[in-house]
Design a protein around this ligand. Structure first.
Ligand code: GSH
Length: 342
């Protein structure tokens, strides 16, 4: 009898513990982030311009700044971010398992990732496309001349898949030389392990910076794929998905309406209704998102608008010097178009 009672007690204890665990598992990401006081952000292991530790060990880049924007809007402090460096192969498991709250790591939005993997793409913070880099000494002018080439490529990426498609589709053969990180891939290229290196074009410019002799390498003109890069969250948490979506929209809209980190305080007195709504002086504020009313003000004041972030990290204010191109606003010839804040 005593044994039976003990057994019963332990079953009850176990099921209570189970209920407690499932209750906390059901906690929204916003609850978790608010309780822990920081956002856990999945980044790359190091890719200049996107997510890369500087000489002081501080994370920098357009993807890093997006995580800072989320922290500013949700917690009122852009520094409340814990960065988790992830290889391409590790990134989706880290998000699915709850190890990170958001993945902000030059990740291409595809059907498979957005559905079967149980993830949701927040939007696009950089329109990219895949290209090739070769040593100038090969004297090539087109990717169509790469038949029979060995190609350095990173595993767990769309890059690997597009590479196979492109060569097959053009009736060419190639030998993949596969690495796990960007640093290894560019080192492999530098050491002559392959004739060409392929990745997102922005990545080519980023990796070229770190070659022993960047001037000896050239980027070929072909863009062989679409790589819309953006932040990713888990499916099943609409509130967190909305927070991420509208943070990106606020940054793009702020650029459109001339609102930036330097004039945010002055703009609190603006009479422009669009600006008032972004700053939370008027309009829906934080109610629908379940966060502070001044979330938009915090994002713009502490991080800045999309254009400021772009120029600082990958654009003219950065070593990459990438021009806005298709990443310009819709009213300046680009694709960046955010739904209205109202
Ligand atoms: N956008 C592509 C490629 C992303 C990717 O991982 N690219 C590499 C090469 S530039 C990279 O960022 N590596 C950084 C790292 O290894 O942490 C994807 O989503 O699959």
């Amino acid at each position: 009898m005593a044994n039976k009672l003990t057994l019963l007690a332990s079953v009850v204890a176990a099921s209570t513990a189970f209920m407690a665990t499932s209750a906390s598992a059901a906690d929204s990401t916003l609850d978790k982030v608010t309780k822990q006081g920081f956002v856990t952000c999945g980044v790359s292991t190091g890719l200049p311009g996107f997510s890369n530790p500087n000489s002081k060990g501080e994370w920098e880049g357009i993807d890093v700044e997006f995580c800072q924007a989320i922290a500013a809007g949700v917690l009122g402090d852009k520094t409340k971010v814990k960065y988790v460096p992830l290889t391409a192969k590790e990134r989706f498991t880290a998000l699915q398992s709850g190890e990170i709250d958001i993945l902000s790591r030059n990740t291409t939005w595809t059907l498979h990732r957005d559905t079967a993997l149980g993830l949701n793409f927040v939007g696009v913070n950089y329109y990219d496309g895949q290209g090739f880099m070769v040593k100038k000494e090969l004297g090539l002018t087109s990717a169509k001349e790469l038949d029979g080439a060995s190609v350095c490529v990173q595993s767990g990426t769309t890059t690997e898949l597009n590479l196979a498609d492109y060569f097959r589709n053009n009736g060419m053969s190639y030998k993949p030389v596969v690495f796990d990180t960007a640093a290894q891939t560019s080192k492999g290229f530098d050491a002559g392990r392959c004739d060409a290196l392929t990745t997102d074009q922005s990545g080519l410019y980023a990796l070229r910076l770190n070659l022993q002799n960047p001037d000896a390498a050239q980027v070929l003109p072909e863009i062989i794929s679409k790589e819309p890069l953006g932040p990713v969250v888990r499916q099943g948490d609409d509130q967190w998905f909305n927070i991420a979506k509208w943070t990106l929209s606020a940054m793009v809209n702020a650029e459109e309406y001339g609102l930036n980190s330097k004039n945010a305080d002055k703009m609190l007195k603006s009479t422009d209704p669009n600006i008032k709504r972004i700053l939370g002086v008027d309009g829906p504020k934080g109610k629908g998102l379940g966060i502070r009313d001044d979330w938009g003000y915090q994002v713009i004041k502490q991080v800045g608008n999309y254009g400021e972030s772009f120029e600082r990290t990958v654009g003219t204010g950065s070593p990459l010097k990438i021009s806005r191109g298709v990443n310009a606003l819709w009213n300046a010839g680009g694709f960046m178009y955010a739904p209205p804040i109202r």
